[in-house]
Write a protein of this length. Structure first.
Length: 147
């Protein structure tokens, strides 16, 4: 499973600007994303095949470059073995901490990825199907709200 989000761009809603917790968490995400976007000279990323690059670009909805990451891990450094699923998501979205998961504390890294319950289900259905040796029931990318 591979995750990534585009470089953060601010488009706050009034409700968000008035929420100091959201503003602080968003600033933290921006900092983490910027730090993670810097490739390390001593730890090069695996070079994706043409087919893998196309799958990454299609699944993320934008080009996966060395600067793309999920806020914690560079996207290209997540390439190990078979790619089960590509999620336009931050590091915590894929474990259930995303805006639409519910509750005030659901999104600890507000990345603006547009991750939805449908995208969460598609991600984990792909993982479960791989474990069970089956094909996932859903198509990759289902349930992703494009900003």
């Amino acid at each position: 499973m591979v995750a990534g989000v585009p470089k953060p761009r601010e488009q706050f809603k009034l409700k968000q600007v008035l929420d100091p917790e959201y503003v602080a968490l968003r600033a933290l995400f921006r900092l983490l994303h910027e730090l993670t976007a810097r490739p390390h000279l001593h730890y090069p990323y695996p070079a994706p095949t043409k087919a893998t690059q196309q799958r990454l670009d299609r699944g993320l909805g934008f080009k996966a470059t060395p600067g793309i990451n999920d806020g914690i891990v560079p996207t290209l450094s997540q390439l190990h073995g078979r790619v089960l699923h590509v999620a336009r998501a931050d590091h915590l979205d894929v474990v259930g901490h995303y805006t639409l998961a519910g509750g005030r504390t659901a999104d600890w890294l507000p990345s603006g990825a547009g991750f939805t319950p449908g995208a969460f289900e598609a991600t984990w259905e792909a993982v479960a199907a791989a474990i069970a040796g089956k094909k996932p029931a859903r198509l990759a990318g289902v349930g992703i709200a494009r900003p």
